[in-house]
Structures are given as structure tokens and as C-alpha cells.
Design a protein around this ligand. Structure first.
Ligand SMILES: [Ca+2]
Length: 522
């Protein structure tokens, strides 16, 4: 065989020696990638994942991705809060290395560092980022970007792009969807594959439903989780001192929209509604407000009521996200893009829907540690499959790169899940996962902690103004209600887990010494 050395210098020696990569580098064979990510979407609120809300608040369009693709049941995040999750996804690196540790008091994301969109761009992909960004600095690595400032607004939101800031009329979930479809239409015939990050604001607090879903669940009563009235017995200081309960922390007016004082509407952007939008809003909420103040609920009855109101609005926001997913899938089909486009649905992290009496995220407990991940890749992923391997948002950058036939840089810390998508989990796939959360003191007052999860156990260390260890046995205690760290019958496993955690921290270049450098300076 004759070797064309000129050609070799163009395509690279490694590519020549690896026919798989070579084949994938053919532009027409490389898939488009659409990564749809919502904000705070609990897996408990996706019907494809089952659960107690499945029949009352189904998500038929997200379920289409699961039906035609693979559902991941153990996708774990490295630091359960918005900005940090987004930075991990872009870089494939833990927070302590990518520099974005928390939302509050955080320096802008360093967009000059290596990210997967830049590498995709270099390899010939057209890239776009539309929707919630939450990393303060302007996006880099995208041919097109249009993002919400900070958390963004649900109604008549502002957007920022390279030309500056402007306001658009409408509901944020619908506007983001339309922008994404418009962009995909513009680039679909360019001869290049595209990668789109479609990031919804919904269903983030304060859970303001769209005009088409305002009254969707107002008469529905949802089942309560078993731990709605958790008293945090058998657990430590961190659980007892947090500020994220439905009973105490959730606000009657701003969160549940039971306004007595209408001037408070400006705190949550509801003052942005047009007279027509406000009129539709009031038609639904006025009777709810009237009834609430007449009923004078207290104690457990009030918590139960708040839980229902919370879920009615939260799930109505998700209904609009689900419609958005349906629109995207229909668009792909109508334009013949459905055969060569990977569609992924995910959330930035998980969320509490009343479990442990909570809303919000942050903890290493299952509801916020696990995040939904569903991947459809026609011709590659076996339809309707479910995977239980420990995967992570740390793996997404590497996964997108492998899908595009681009070599994964050695300094990325995750691992491509493409082999798993192809049905073959590598024998040496991770058996434990590392976590580190930093935002304390701060909103919801969840203590700084790091730890490790294996398939069965979780070892957690809360530090800074406390020094407490917790150990959970997920098999014996799936609801994570009992810390067994000091239980003598767990002393051997405890020792082993400590050793594994130490090794894991070393592997990911994290340490207690490094964590100290991130503490607030007094
Ligand atoms: Ca979030």
C-alpha cells in the first residue's frame, strides 16, 4: 500500500492509524449534537424515570428520547449547583481546577481556558449556546451565543449577545426554543455538523408557569414524599442547621405567588408582565390567593398546602419544557435531521421535591446528587435501554468530543460514555464518584462538604465551621435517614472507604489543604 505522506500531515498520523476516528472525521458522518439542559429539573419529575408523579404530571416528549435512546439512572454531579455544574460540563474538570466553585461571591468563569466547544469548533463543528449560561463572563467557543443575564426572567426576558443586551416579549422557554430551531435551520445545510447547547431557565425558582400552562395543575393534588416531615434525627449538624425547608424557607408570596403586597412582584420579575399577561395571571391566581388567606392554615396543614402549591407551579414550568423538547424532535424529523443528530436531555443537577422537607439542591444526597440524563443517538444507542453505571456531568465534554471524533485531552478528568452508549461498559469503569460543594456561608446554609459514593455507600465530610463525618448505606437505608458513621458494625467498611476517598482526591488533584485556600478570608 502506498502511503501519501502529504495527506498524512493533513489528517494527522494518529487519525491515519485509527480508521474509526478517520471515518468519523468525514464531515457527513459526524453527528449533529443537541444538548438540551433544563435548570433544577428533578428526575422525580420526568415520567420516563417513574416515581410518584409519573401519571399526574407526565413528560411525554422527554420520554420520547428515553423510548428511542438510553436512560441513565446513576448520573452524578460533582458539585450540585448551577454555575459550577455548567463549568464542569464545559471543561471536563472539577470545580477546584476549572476555577468556578460556587454561584455567590464567585469570579467570572475563565473563558480563556480549554473547553469542549472550542475543540469542537477547531475540528469543524459549528457551535451555539442559547439560554441560561450563568457563568458571568461572555461565552467563548461558540459561533453563535445568546444568553440570559444571570438567572434570567421567565416573562419578557432580557438576552445578551455579542451586540449587547435587549428585551424580548414572551415566555422564556418558548423564546429559547424558537431561537434554537431558527439557528438549527440556518446551519443545517452548511455542510458542517453542528453542536447546540439549548439551556432552559425553567424550572428554576420562583417557578413561574407560562401563559399556556398557568392553570394546568391548579386542581391537582400530588402525592407527598415519605420524608416530607423529616426531623433530621440520626444525622448531623449540617442537616439540622440548613435553611431550605418548605416549612420555613419557602416564601408564601415570592415563591408561592400568594401576594398580599403586590409591590413584592418586582423581586421575582413578575412586574415585567404586560397588562394582557398580568390579566391572565390574575385570573388564575386571584381565587387561589383569596382561598389561601381565608383558610388560615397552620403547622403541618400549611406545609402540606405549600408542597402542593410548589409542585403545581414547578410541574407547570416543566410542562412547557416538555413541549419545547417535542418541538425540537419534530423539527429534526421534518427536516431529515433525525437520523444523524444526537439528542440529549439533562438538568444541571437534581432537586428536592419535598424529600427531607426540602426544596433546592446542594447536598450529596440522592435527589440533588443524581441528575437526569437521557441520550438518543439513532443507529448507535439501542432504543429503550436503561443504564446503571456511575456516570457524571464530568464525562460530558469527553463524550461530545468522542462523538465528534476528536481526541480527548489528557487533562480532562472525566471519561467518554460513548462505549456505554454503544452497549459496552469498559471493565475498568469507575466504581466510586467524588463530590465537593463549596457555597457556605451562603443561600440555604448547606455546609461545605466533600465525599465519595460507591454503588452502595456514601462517605461525606462536612468541614469549615464543623468537622463531622457521615456514612450512609444506600442498600439498608435508601432514603438516607441514618448516619451510620459511628456504628461499630460499619467500622471495617468505614476504614476502607476512607482509604478509597483519599486515593480519589489524589487522582482528581483535590485535598483538604487546597480546600482551605478557597475558604472565606476574614
Ligand atoms: Ca440549577
Amino acid at each position: 500500500m502506498q502511503i501519501d505522506f502529504k495527506l498524512l500531515t493533513v489528517i494527522g498520523l494518529s487519525t491515519y492509524l485509527n480508521p474509526v476516528i478517520y471515518a468519523q472525521n468525514e464531515k457527513n458522518l459526524r453527528p449533529n449534537i443537541i444538548y438540551i439542559m433544563s435548570d433544577d429539573h428533578a428526575y422525580q419529575a420526568i415520567s420516563a424515570y417513574g416515581g410518584i408523579l409519573k401519571n399526574l404530571a407526565p413528560t411525554p416528549n422527554i420520554d420520547r428520547i428515553a423510548r428511542d435512546g438510553m436512560r441513565f439512572d446513576r448520573c452524578l454531579v460533582t458539585n450540585s449547583i448551577s454555575g459550577p455544574c455548567r463549568a464542569v460540563i464545559l471543561t471536563g474538570k472539577y470545580s477546584h481546577l476549572n476555577g468556578f466553585l460556587k454561584n455567590e461571591g464567585q469570579q467570572p468563569f475563565d473563558g480563556s481556558q480549554q473547553t469542549f466547544p472550542k475543540l469542537l469548533q477547531k475540528s469543524g463543528y459549528i457551535t451555539a449556546m442559547i439560554g441560561k449560561w450563568h457563568l458571568i463572563s461572555d461565552p467563548t467557543g461558540f459561533d453563535n451565543w445568546e444568553v440570559l443575564p444571570g438567572q434570567g426572567n421567565y416573562y419578557n426576558p432580557d438576552f445578551i449577545n455579542k451586540d449587547g443586551r435587549h428585551r424580548e416579549e414572551g415566555y422564556v422557554t418558548e423564546i429559547i426554543t424558537d431561537k434554537c430551531i431558527k439557528w438549527s435551520k440556518e446551519v443545517k445545510d452548511s455542510g458542517k455538523p453542528f453542536m447546540l447547547m439549548m439551556h432552559h431557565k425553567a424550572p428554576h425558582r420562583e417557578w413561574q408557569p407560562g401563559p399556556n400552562e398557568l392553570s394546568l395543575y391548579k386542581n391537582v393534588t400530588f402525592p407527598e414524599p415519605a420524608t416530607l416531615f423529616d426531623d433530621y434525627a440520626n444525622r448531623g449538624t449540617a442537616e439540622k442547621t440548613q435553611d431550605m425547608t418548605i416549612s420555613k424557607t419557602m416564601r408564601i408570596e415570592e415563591d408561592l405567588k400568594l401576594y398580599k403586597d403586590l409591590s413584592k412582584m418586582k423581586n421575582t420579575g413578575l412586574n415585567r408582565l404586560s397588562p394582557e399577561q398580568m390579566s391572565a395571571w390574575n385570573t388564575v391566581y386571584d381565587p387561589i390567593i383569596k382561598q389561601f388567606y381565608q383558610s388560615d392554615l397552620k403547622g403541618e396543614a400549611l406545609v402540606r398546602y405549600k408542597y402542593q402549591r410548589y409542585l403545581q407551579d414547578y410541574l407547570a414550568c416543566i410542562a412547557a419544557v416538555d413541549k419545547s423538547v417535542g418541538k425540537v424532535l419534530d423539527f429534526l424529523k421534518e427536516n431529515g435531521l433525525d437520523k444523524n443528530t444526537v439528542v440529549i436531555y439533562a438538568s444541571d443537577q437534581g432537586f428536592y421535591l419535598g424529600e427531607h422537607g426540602w426544596f433546592d439542591k446542594r447536598w450529596m444526597f440522592e435527589e440533588s446528587y443524581r441528575t437526569p440524563l437521557i441520550v438518543m443517538w439513532p443507529g448507535i444507542v439501542n432504543p429503550g435501554t436503561v443504564n446503571n453505571d456511575m456516570v457524571s456531568n464530568l464525562d460530558l465534554a469527553e463524550t461530545f468530543l468522542e462523538m465528534a471524533g476528536v481526541t480527548v485531552p489528557a487533562d480532562m478528568q472525566g471519561r467518554s460514555i460513548v462505549p456505554i452508549l454503544k452497549g459496552k461498559t469498559p471493565a475498568n469503569w469507575r466504581k466510586e464518584h467524588y463530590y465537593h460543594y463549596y457555597e457556605y456561608p451562603g443561600s440555604h446554609m448547606v455546609k461545605r462538604h466533600y465525599g465519595m459514593s460507591t454503588e452502595r455507600y456514601k462517605l461525606i465530610h462536612y468541614y469549615y465551621d464543623i468537622d463531622e463525618w457521615e456514612l450512609y448505606d444506600l442498600k439498608a437505608d435508601p432514603l438516607e435517614m441514618k448516619n451510620v458513621y459511628d456504628d461499630p458494625s460499619y467500622s471495617i467498611i468505614r476504614k476502607k472507604l476512607h482509604k478509597r476517598l483519599g486515593k480519589l482526591m489524589e487522582k482528581y488533584k483535590d485535598s483538604e489543604e487546597l480546600a482551605k485556600t478557597f475558604l472565606p478570608k476574614n
